[in-house]
Design a binder for this molecule. Structure first.
Ligand code: PBG
Length: 351
């Protein structure tokens, strides 16, 4: 037998040991579970990953020193005085969290129809921002631009008669934005949903020589019942007259969210946000895929309360559920998430 024939014989033998038909077109050629079999393989094929760099930690600032005031509807969340905000910001740096977002609990005596305290360069968020900047921490400070923590009626804008007056509010927001930029805020986050505010704030920042102050626009912000615990945290719950449906978006709408985002980008927003988060993942996904700009999601107070409440009762596994809820935002295309779970999640991710 020539070597050629022998080789051919071996080939034939091999072929004979294969199933009669080649495997294609589905099971069992395709077994999706092969890649899931081992931890290393699951890690290797993971499409999305959550890291501390994806997290923004929202914090509530309160008057005084050494103050930690629990928020009843947000287990484990405390309002902190400025000195402790600086400590928390240091913790954030150590955990690899890139930015914090500060919200004030304004003394009711300082709230007014015209929101004067918002323009006070020594108000709580401005003082906290200065203190963080003075500590020379490598961390971004994000401040909300909206009047609700300062108005006696709890609205984000100025009330004239029964109406939230758009253009008058914009003028007020500009004053607030400039005071905050002056205090050293790195990112201004207009959360008020007035029309035209991004452009007007951007123009004011340019002419006041704050051209590098970033704007993260709450571009698609819905009139949501999920903000309830936040309003407790900033003390505006009992104050709010009516609701915010004349300026925040109708939860029924998607296309409108895309228009809002397009407009804010056009007016000079550097980053956009969708809010709330988990009930609006479809919006996060569409915004991130259609615009390809830094897109953030806010896992708001009500989402936090929902999960934290279930954790307390032992109904859901705290750490696993928390990380799964955050990873969902990455899968939807978010660049990052504002979440009250930020410190705990960052700790877990570091381990
Ligand atoms: C204020 C503001 C709100 C939130 C962030 N900025 C509340 C609201 O619009 O009523 C909500 C955040 C949260 O619920 O965690 N404009």
């Amino acid at each position: 037998m020539s070597s050629r024939t022998r080789a051919a014989g071996r080939l034939t033998d091999t072929a004979a040991s294969l199933p009669a038909e080649s495997l294609s077109g589905g099971f069992p050629a395709i077994r999706m579970r092969r890649n899931r079999k081992t931890p290393w393989s699951r890690r290797l094929v993971a499409e999305h990953r959550l890291s501390p760099s994806d997290l923004i930690w929202p914090m509530f600032v309160v008057d005084g020193e050494g103050q930690r005031v629990p928020v009843a509807s947000m287990p484990d969340v405390e309002r902190l005085s400025v000195d402790l905000i600086v400590e928390a910001a240091k913790e954030a740096v150590d955990l690899g969290i890139p930015a914090v977002a500060l919200f004030p609990f304004t003394d009711p005596k300082k709230r007014s129809e015209d929101a004067q305290e918002a323009f006070n360069g020594d108000n709580l968020v401005c003082r906290a921002t200065r203190a963080i900047k003075k500590a020379k921490l490598d961390i971004g400070v994000i401040l909300d631009v909206a009047l609700d923590p300062y108005t006696s009626h709890g609205h984000d804008g100025l009330l004239i008669g029964d109406e939230i007056a758009n253009d008058e509010t914009n003028a007020a927001l500009v004053k607030q934005a400039l005071v905050q930029a002056e205090a050293g805020a790195d990112v201004l986050a207009p959360s008020d949903m007035m029309d035209g505010r991004i452009g007007i704030i951007r123009a004011a920042l340019e002419s006041a020589d704050f051209k590098n102050t970033q704007i993260m626009s709450y571009a698609a912000k819905y009139a949501s019942a999920f903000y309830g615990p936040f309003r407790d945290a900033v003390g505006s719950t009992g104050l709010l007259k009516g609701d915010k449906r004349t300026y925040q978006m109708d939860p029924a709408n998607t296309e409108e969210a895309l228009r809002e985002v397009a407009i804010d980008l056009d007016e000079g927003a550097d980053m956009v946000m969708v809010k709330p988060g988990m009930p609006y993942l479809d919006i996060v996904q569409r915004v991130s895929s259609e615009f390809g700009v830094p897109t953030f999601a806010y896992q708001v107070s009500g989402e936090y309360a929902m999960l934290a409440g279930a954790f307390e009762r032992g109904w859901l596994d705290r750490d696993k559920t928390m990380l799964e809820s955050l990873l969902a935002f990455k899968r939807a295309g978010a660049s990052g998430v504002l979440t009250y779970f930020a410190p705990r999640a960052a700790k877990l991710l570091a381990d």
